[in-house]
Design a protein around this ligand. Structure first.
Ligand code: RUB
Length: 309
């Protein structure tokens, strides 16, 4: 396979969700870009930059909602070099830094977030978030007697990935269907979820159904904790842009043969929803725990306002 085919393979894996979860998508995109630029050594500088932008666009266009993806690509591709060798060197270093920081961020989020979990806590989580699970696993490692209620997360059932991971870690876990969230909330001490994007007003964009957990939690006076690396904050929301909610295919929800027999029925399959800041107690990042109202500060201090603006 040539380098462009490799890049397209990664893009396809992100599109089809073989690689999924905002953090994993970001790391895969950064690594793919690093591998791709290595193949551009013999090009003149102007052509190199064109190819770099083309490759960046292929990766960014795969899924629209997780801002970790354009953030990872922007942080990886930026360079100030005037020759191709230096540009490749800078991009390679950017990718290495991004990937290392992303891995380390999970550990730091786990440590900070685990402080909020107490012995005996029952934690509800949604979908499959590596950052959220990092907090839960850390609390368990600290010897806290915890258990988890995990939602199925229709239609793709990422909850199955979560229960397997928690099972293998030895953490007692209960699986519920998404519609059981409100009824089950009275057994829960706190909700811990991940993030695909966080906008400048502190709103969380995460797997469809997250806002339902947050509303039920508020009704039951339970805290909602969001586990999010700083690269999941969305710089373009500073310009007034809304985060695009991905609409996925109807056959994830209903068999297309059945749907064909129902000419008056259409299917809506939004993959994410928006949880307003007022439903969120704390966002745990690798640089500390912040109330959602501090989203602007994180964008300014840790991503840099010039990013993608
Ligand atoms: C995954 C999802 C996760 C976030 C955070 O959606 O909504 O909660 O991406 O995950 P999908 P992580 O399965 O559609 O990609 O903490 O692993 O980055």
């Amino acid at each position: 396979m040539n380098a462009m085919e490799d890049l397209n393979t990664t893009a396809e894996k992100i599109k089809t969700m073989e690689i999924r979860g905002a953090g994993r998508i970001a790391v895969a995109a950064s690594a793919a870009l690093r591998a791709y630029v290595m193949s551009l050594k013999s090009l003149p500088m102007s052509e190199f930059n064109v190819k770099l932008e083309e490759a960046a666009k292929i990766l960014v266009d795969t899924r629209p909602t997780a801002v970790s993806l354009p953030n990872a690509v922007a942080l990886t591709k930026r360079h100030s070099a005037t020759n191709v060798y230096d540009a490749i060197d800078e991009i390679t270093k950017n990718a290495e830094k991004f990937i290392t920081n992303a891995e380390q961020a999970l550990g730091k989020i786990g440590k900070i977030g685990a402080e909020r979990i107490h012995d005996g806590d029952v934690i509800m989580t949604h979908c499959n978030s590596h950052a959220a699970l990092s907090i839960i696993k850390k609390a368990f490692d600290q010897g806290k007697d915890i258990s988890v209620i995990a939602t199925e997360s229709r239609p793709r059932r990422q909850g199955f990935i979560t229960i397997r991971e928690l099972n293998d870690y030895g953490i007692p876990t209960t699986l519920i269907v998404d519609s059981a969230v409100r009824l089950t909330m009275k057994e829960v001490d706190l909700v811990v979820v991940g993030a695909d994007s966080i906008s400048v007003n502190g709103a969380l964009i995460n797997k469809i159904g997250t806002s339902q957990l947050a509303m039920a939690a508020q009704e039951a006076r339970r805290n909602v904790i969001v586990a999010a690396e700083t690269y999941k904050f969305s710089p373009r929301t500073l310009l007034g842009e809304m985060v695009e909610i991905e609409d996925r295919a109807s056959d994830e929800v209903i068999d297309s043969e059945i749907l064909k027999e129902l000419p008056n029925v259409k299917v809506k399959n939004p993959a994410f929803d928006v949880t307003p800041a007022e439903y969120i107690d704390l966002i745990i990042t690798e640089v500390g725990a912040f109330p959602p109202a501090m989203a602007f500060t994180i964008l300014r201090d840790y991503l840099g306002l010039e990013m993608q603006i």
